[in-house]
Design a protein around this ligand. Structure first.
Ligand code: UD2
Ligand code: MN
Length: 394
């Protein structure tokens, strides 16, 4: 007869052997079956669903708005406001991303009641450790912008950041220039606030995991390491497109971004090269965390592939100090503090400069000689300058 104690001993031995067998099986490629078995014993978390679709490897994440209501209770805002913790308690991991039809900006606004004018936010219950500006180059992508705002606002709130969203809108129909718009965004955002980190963000990329924190590293960070469009892999080592994060010091060390890449392509690689020319290196989050979904689209009208990009790229070493933040020229057309973002519409000109002159018209014919009595009366409609002079002498 077994005593009760020895029964337990055998039971534990049996479970121990099972664990060893499972570990061996796991090494032999039975990972899925083993994790399934383990998950039966694990308490399932209500906010984070880590299940993986084994055909695509895609994470089925949580609703990005799931735990926001927990943090809406404000603090009295006095001097005794504590600093936020190093790791936010609201971070949950994978986020479910889909693009339902019928979403409106009004709905995004309704779901983000603590975001204030200009798309600004501060955690209500603690002093943020980081101040991050998001810079989004934009033209004719309102549909994408709406989805990005829908996901980005709660994503950043979960990270307890003090943040602001800037949309830098290229005025006119001339060829798009993503990198120059970023230079504008950098200068205009820094003019408004002492941001300690700037995220340069394509309008169509939605982050899929909130452990991908929107804060800066000691070197420029390429955040979009794993995108669905590249099978959630880094396409090549020097890739720096999509979403990147730099401190103001990083940005100035590499003389910002180039101003002369008009049209699609090349500018992201130029920026990548500038990082090393500025004496820095690229950091990245892990493949598991730096995941993004890109909203599918075609090449835009006004953003044709830039045929000069390879020639230009070959010369970055010679040009990076001559073109960049130290030479950027633009004119602000308008600045609007909208409920969900600050919209800056800007004229960035063309390759020919800021003011494109219309093709030169033939000089006007000199007026025919007038009889003396008519000229004495003076012109019926004096030129503006004369009108001004007249006013000041009144
Ligand atoms: C890739 C890179 C992008 C950039 C681009 C080449 C990814 C995910 N991104 O994007 O970072 O290097 O190649 O230039 O690989 N945009 C507008 N309106 C326009 C055109 C562009 O708003 O008419 C903005 C918008 O923020 C967009 C970004 O520019 O996300 C990049 O343009 P794209 O999305 O057409 O290019 P894509 O997806 O090949
Ligand atoms: Mn895109």
């Amino acid at each position: 007869m077994f005593s009760i104690q020895s029964k337990w001993r055998y039971l534990f031995m049996f479970l121990g052997i099972q664990l060893v067998v499972m570990a061996l099986l796991s090494r032999e490629g039975y990972h899925k079956r083993v994790t399934y078995f383990i998950r039966i014993f694990r308490k399932t978390e209500s906010t984070v669903l880590m299940a993986r679709n084994h055909t695509t490897g895609a994470a089925v994440g949580a609703d990005v708005y799931a735990n926001l209501s927990r943090m809406s209770k404000g603090h009295n805002g006095g001097d005794d406001m504590p600093f936020c913790p190093k790791t936010s308690p609201y971070i949950g991991g994978p986020i479910h991303v889909s693009f339902p039809s019928g979403l409106t900006l009004a709905e995004v606004q309704r779901k983000n009641p603590t975001v204030v004018r200009g798309g600004r936010y501060r955690p209500p219950d603690c002093e943020a450790l980081h101040r991050t500006a998001i810079i989004i180059p934009h033209r004719n992508r309102e549909h994408h912008l709406k989805f990005l705002l829908y996901y980005l606002h709660p994503f950043l709130q979960r990270q307890q950041l003090n943040y602001g969203i800037y949309v830098i809108h290229q005025a006119g129909n001339y060829t798009f220039n993503r990198a120059k718009l970023m230079n504008v965004g950098f200068r205009e955002a820094m003019r408004e606030e002492d941001w300690d980190c700037l995220f340069f963000h394509d309008v169509d990329l939605i982050p899929e995991d909130d452990r991908n924190t929107y804060t800066c590293d000691s070197n420029p960070k390429h955040a979009a390491i794993a995108m669905d469009k590249f099978g959630y892999k880094l396409p090549y080592k020097m890739y720096f497109g999509g979403v990147s994060a730099l401190t103001p010091l990083h940005y100035l060390k590499m003389n910002g971004f180039p101003n002369n890449y008009w049209g699609w392509g090349g500018e992201d690689d130029d920026i990548g090269v500038r990082v090393s020319l500025g004496g820095m290196y690229i950091t990245r989050p892990s493949l598991k965390v730096g995941r993004y979904k890109m909203i599918k689209h075609k090449l835009d009208k006004g953003n044709d592939v830039n045929p000069k990009r390879f020639n230009m790229l070959a010369k970055t070493r010679q040009t990076w100090k001559l073109d960049g933040m130290n030479t950027v020229e633009y004119e602000i057309v308008s600045r609007e503090y909208l409920p969900l973002y600050t919209n800056i519409t800007v004229n960035i000109g063309t390759e020919a400069g800021l003011h494109v002159r219309p093709p030169t018209a033939p000089p006007p014919k000199p007026p025919a000689e007038k009889p003396a009595n008519k000229t004495a009366k003076g012109p019926a409609n004096p030129p503006a300058k004369l009108k001004e002079d007249h006013k000041t002498t009144q």
